[in-house]
Design a protein around this ligand. Structure first.
Ligand code: C5P
Length: 226
């Protein structure tokens, strides 16, 4: 059967990764959470006190980073490894949330990550979610989806996720972080968050996970059978 590339972009905490993961499972495709790559790079920068104004330090740091995804059968998803260390949990910490958009705006970081993402998509049969997948990483993707949801619904979703690990996190803190990241992601010079002209918009504010999956599977099958 024909294999396609599916690009899913959108604002923070719209459920892009959840959707991408479900879709990949249904289609037996590879799922790649590109945000996890920017988060792992940010974790490395934080641990090694890399000054993000220092171009040489950034380039040296990137030379010391190897990112890989390995399937975790217990979790039913791939975990990201930073230089052979599983950092799937550490990359979700608030300190990473606080710095990731600044790190992801750096040109050298984007060149580094995008090259690896494009490599992963060469064989097609992939669902990747992020901010620039339909515009920069896979401009020729057969199916591009731009996900959006009401900001208060996004805050509640992220709050639930963060409170599992850190019960003291506040709603105001989460809302501020989401809005701040969306603003930096949309206004940066290199590969800003944009809806590709040929993307289909999916507002999932009022959809259950199952409803959203059914809609998107329909779109994917249309493209596959075309
Ligand atoms: O998707 P997630 O929220 O985990 O992504 C974390 C951050 O990584 C985003 O806020 C954004 O700054 C950056 N990112 C990006 N381009 C992507 C994916 C994520 O700039 N393709």
């Amino acid at each position: 059967m024909k294999k396609i590339v599916i690009a899913i972009d959108g604002y923070s905490s719209c459920g892009k990764s959840t959707l991408a993961k479900q879709l990949a499972k249904e289609l037996d495709y590879i799922f790649v959470d590109s945000g996890a790559m920017y988060r792992a790079i940010t974790l490395f920068f934080l641990r090694n006190n890399i000054d993000i104004q220092d171009v040489k330090a950034i380039s040296a740091a990137l030379n010391n980073i190897t990112l890989t995804f390995k399937y975790n059968s217990l979790a039913g998803k791939s975990d990201i490894f930073l230089n052979e260390e599983n950092v799937a949990l550490q990359i979700r910490e608030m300190r990473v949330n606080d710095h990731v958009s600044d790190v992801a705006a750096l040109e050298a970081v984007r060149t580094f990550a995008v090259a690896q993402q494009q490599q992963m998509g060469q064989q097609k049969g992939i669902v990747m979610d992020g901010r620039d997948i339909g515009t920069t990483v896979f401009p020729d993707a057969e199916l591009k989806i731009f996900v959006t949801a009401d900001i208060d619904i996004r805050v509640q979703r992220r709050l639930l996720e963060l409170r599992e690990k850190n019960p003291s996190v506040t709603e105001a803190e989460v809302k501020q972080n989401l809005q701040w990241r969306d603003q930096i992601d949309s206004s940066r010079e290199v590969s800003p968050l944009r809806q590709a002209t040929d993307a289909i918009v999916l507002d999932n504010s009022k959809l259950t996970r199952e409803e959203q999956l059914a809609i998107v599977l329909g779109w994917a099958n249309d493209k596959i059978n075309k």
